[in-house]
Write a protein that binds this ligand. Structure first.
Ligand code: NAD
Ligand code: 89Y
Length: 342
């Protein structure tokens, strides 16, 4: 069976989505849509898609696809997500899911009311190194994990491809913080409390471009998350996240250059976990591009009923809540406890 899908938003990142869909068995993008008709038509031609539209409502009503992939920026998500769900489509929404918890909740409720699956395109947890780390944690290789450090610090010019990032008031936490919080939940479980402090390092951007957050998980484990878009290293690291997980039986270190070091009771082993560069991909984006393809293959499994969404809108709403709590903590200089916040 081949599921019929549509893609909404033919901008920078949608190219990765589209290439990945074209290499995903079981799914076909039958139409693309952008509110800029010339952009939609160019995208259609570049990828050899059957139809292009400039109005998502017209496209959804005309085609009634099995799934819709929304690759627009955050302010457009509630309207588009509700539209796609109302036409019966499994709906995928790019991150950030929503600008506010209330807007995210509205979309989760719309999915429940429509009886349709809603996924958030949260691809960091689908990156090959994190798939390996999760498998190692699950098999008990390092015992019970009690500490995680995630470090996403680079100096790559992200504003060249995504100029809107320089203009937003909320930058690093909403752009990448929520990816890292999702990874923390993926590896260590749900979070009880968070404290966070932010920095604005590059004076040419409006929002915070660095932060450090401390998460306490429900089982007592802790995670330290560090992020900066203005760090200088001899060898640029973008878009790698470095990680360290410590458990009572060993540790795992994800080092620069995709080296996964496993510390057992008496051995240290090192493995190369660099993902392949997709045929359509380019370095250094291959880490993200391969994860987009892994996520999309997962969407077909969800459509088949063989998997549950990773992550669902409902799950990602709590990650958004954490991100909102991080801003509140940074503003108020306090630790935020999640239960009353949600
Ligand atoms: P972009 O501005 O380049 O593209 C967005 C496109 O959506 C534009 O062409 C715009 O005209 C179109 N659009 C907006 N509203 C529309 C509507 N109502 N109907 C149809 N088309 C509409 O943005 P981008 O850089 O491609 O980013 C898109 C999203 O992807 C953002 O939310 C961003 O955070 C996310 N992103 C995710 C990753 C990742 O690794 N997961 C990486 C980069 C960007
Ligand atoms: O938008 C961001 C994302 O999701 O991954 C990296 C990025 O493209 C720039 O920070």
């Amino acid at each position: 069976m081949t599921y019929r899908g549509v893609l909404i938003g033919c901008g920078f990142f949608a190219q990765n989505h589209m290439h990945a869909w074209q290499s995903t068995p079981g799914a076909e993008i039958v139409a693309v849509c952008d509110r800029d008709p010339a952009r939609a038509e160019q995208f259609r031609r570049d990828f050899g898609v059957a139809e292009s539209f400039s109005d998502a409502a017209v496209m959804m009503a005309t085609l009634r696809p099995d799934f819709a992939d929304i690759v627009t920026t955050v302010e457009t998500h509630p309207e588009l997500v509700k539209l796609c769900l109302s036409h019966g489509a499994l709906t995928i929404c790019q991150k950030p899911f929503a600008e506010s918890y209330a807007a995210g909740l509205e979309m989760v409720k719309a999915a429940e009311a429509a009886g349709r699956q809603l996924l958030v395109h949260e691809n960091f947890r689908w990156q090959k190194p994190f798939r390996h780390i999760r498998a190692a944690v699950e098999t008990g290789e390092i015992g019970r994990p009690h500490f995680l450090r995630l470090s996403f610090r680079h100096g790559h010019d992200i504003y060249a491809n995504q100029p809107y990032l320089a203009r937003v008031e909320e930058l690093a936490l909403m752009d990448v913080g929520l990816h890292l919080f999702d990874v923390a939940r993926f590896l260590m479980g749900d979070v009880d409390s968070i404290s966070c402090t932010t920095q604005r390092l590059n004076q040419r951007v409006r929002g915070e471009d660095a932060f450090v957050a401390l998460l306490r998980h429900k089982d007592g484990a802790v995670t330290s998350v560090e992020c900066s878009f203005d760090s200088r290293f001899g060898e640029e690291r973008f878009p790698q996240t470095l990680a360290q997980v410590e458990g009572d039986g060993g540790s795992l270190e994800l080092l620069a250059g995709y080296r996964l070091r496993r510390h057992g009771p008496d051995v240290i082993a090192e493995e190369d976990v660099e993902p392949p560069v997709p045929l359509w991909g380019t370095r250094p984006w291959h880490l993200i591009q391969e994860s987009v393809a892994a996520f999309e293959a997962h969407v077909v499994e969800v459509l088949d009923g063989r998997a549950v969404p990773q992550p669902s809108g409902a799950h990602n709403l709590e990650t958004l809540a954490l991100t909102r709590a991080a801003y509140r903590s940074a503003r108020q200089g306090e630790t935020i406890h999640m239960a009353p916040f949600i």
